[in-house]
Each structure stands twice: as C-alpha cells, then as structure tokens.
Design a protein around this ligand. Structure first.
Ligand code: RIB
Length: 295
C-alpha cells in the first residue's frame, strides 16, 4: 500500500469552551478547558492514520512536557515518527475559543514549528504512489522544499495552504491537489466568487483545486478539468476545530489507498461531519469503521 507523509505543524492545543466568542475588549466566562494534540499537520496525520494507511509525520517539537505529550499522542495512533525532531524552541501552542455553535477563534504560537528548515524535506523518503501533505504553518522555505522533493520523486502532493499567504502564488504549479477553504481561496485568488477563484487557482498552475465550503459542501476542479460538486452532511456541530484537517487527512489516505477522487471526497466529507460532532482537534478524528458506517 502507498503511504501518507505529512510534513507539517504540531501544536499543544488549549481548547476553551465559552457560550459566545468575546468581541474586542470584552471579557466572557469560560465553561471548561482541555489540552489536546493539535496543529494542522498533526491533525491531518492523525486523520490519515485512523483510516488505516501507513502514515509518517515530519516536523519539530520542543524539548518540554508538551513535546513529550504530543509525541506520545502521535505514537498512539501508530504514526511513524523518525522524522519528528526535538529542538530547543518550545513546542508550538494554540489557544482555541469555541462557542455554543461550534465556531472557533484560534491564536497560534508557532514555537518549534518555526524552526523546521528546508533540509528537513530530505526526510521525506517518498516514491510514486505516496501522498505528501503540506499546509501553511511551517516556514515557507521548508514547505516549498517538501513540495519540490515530492515532485522530484514522483509522489502526489496535497497542499492545504492554511493559513494562506500570497507569497506562495508563484509556486502553485507545485500542487497536484490544492485544498482551500473560502477564506484561503479569496486570499489567493483575490475574488470571493468561488467558481471564479477555482478557475484562477487552476490557471495559476495547481493541477486540481478543491474548495471546502463548510455547510455548503465541496466544489472542485478535478482530473481533466471536470467540475465536482458534493453536498455537506447536516449534523449537530459541537466543535469545528480541525474539521478541515480531518477532510485533508482522510482524502489523502483514501487517495493513497487508490480511490478515485469522487470516492475520496465522499470519505473526507463523511469524516469531517463526524469530527465536528466531537470536541478537540486530533482527538475528534474518526476511525475507518465509523466513517464507513456513516457512508
Ligand atoms: O486547524 C486547527 C488547528 O489550527 C488547531 O489544532 C491549531 O493547533 C491550529 O494549528
């Protein structure tokens, strides 16, 4: 079986529940708070591993208690961690406020994620058929090097530029598959019209482009320029933190298994509809059996 390689961020998430998110200058009461594994890369790796595909994670943690907890959490899901380096900087951290509707506001301190270098891309021992997943939470030079290595070795890149920055625009040709939400699509394309933005990003070089639209489902320009539109599942939302990462990780895993794009997207939609019904980021990722029964 092909493997999934996630080159990305890992954070110690502190998730604080509150009835409503505070406005600027406002103080609100919290309901509860819990630590858990997070970071877009770690979330995606967890989602892929729980589908049952051999998954590797390349990134940095700090030499601190949070780093030890995160390493253990990744290991519990069977993720191969020889590319996970311990560095002097503190482990990345995120504080996520989640309201009664499941919406969130997140502040990230990148810490050790910020010291991943382009040289780390050499740890990607990938070949044709493997799927390499990258996001936007590592230094751009490192992420770019991972995409270049993926292309040189004939693996498939799944690029989730979250958060998005216009500095990547000249390199969208390195994406076999670009996955964006509405905000990232607008940042990169300069338009809020979804279909126009997808066409723009494809014209800028991405081979296939998928936009995740939350309750409005998914739309993409896939193989051969075919346009795919798939509805979301209507569920009771508890916490949307990590739902986009779940989508990306499960889609990557199903592509590594060999699914056609339409099938991989259906798995990813079903999985993220399960993830939003549980609190937390990585802890909310569903397993293959749960996804299969939801399908
Ligand atoms: O996408 C959700 C993730 O964003 C959280 O787990 C947090 O760590 C931030 O990276």
């Amino acid at each position: 079986m092909s493997h999934v390689w996630v080159f990305g961020s890992a954070n110690d998430d502190l998730i604080v529940r509150t009835a409503t998110l505070p406005r600027p200058g406002e103080t609100v009461a919290g309901i509860d708070a819990r630590h858990g594994l997070g970071g877009k890369g770690a979330n995606q790796a967890t989602a892929a591993a729980r589908v049952g595909v051999p998954t590797h994670f390349v990134g940095n943690l700090g030499d601190d208690p949070a780093g030890s907890r995160l390493r253990a959490a990744l290991g519990e899901d069977g993720i191969e961690l020889s590319g996970l380096t311990t560095v002097a900087d503190p482990t990345g951290m995120a504080v996520a406020l989640v309201d009664d509707a499941g919406e969130n506001s997140i502040v990230v301190l990148s810490g050790a994620n910020g010291s991943v270098t382009a040289a780390a891309a050499e740890l990607l021992a990938v070949g044709p058929g493997d799927v390499v997943v990258v996001q936007g939470e590592l230094p751009w030079a490192a992420t770019r090097a991972a995409l270049v290595r993926c292309r040189e070795r004939g693996a498939t890149s799944v690029w989730n530029p979250a958060p998005a920055s216009v500095e990547i625009l000249g390199d969208l040709g390195l994406a076999d598959l670009l996955v964006v939400n509405e905000i990232e699509l607008a940042t990169l394309s300069g338009t809020e019209v979804i279909d126009d933005g997808l066409v723009d990003l494809k014209a800028a070089g991405a081979d296939q482009v998928i936009a995740t639209l939350g309750p409005d489902g998914v739309v993409g320009i896939v193989e051969g320029g075919r346009v795919l539109r798939l509805p979301a599942r209507q569920v009771k939302v508890v916490d949307t933190t990590g739902a986009g990462d779940c989508f990306v990780g499960v889609m990557a895993a199903r592509l590594a298994i060999g699914d056609p794009m339409g099938v991989a997207l259906r798995w990813a939609i079903a999985a993220s509809s399960l993830a939003v019904q549980k609190p937390g980021a990585a802890p909310s990722m569903p397993r293959a059996a749960e996804i299969a029964s939801a399908l």
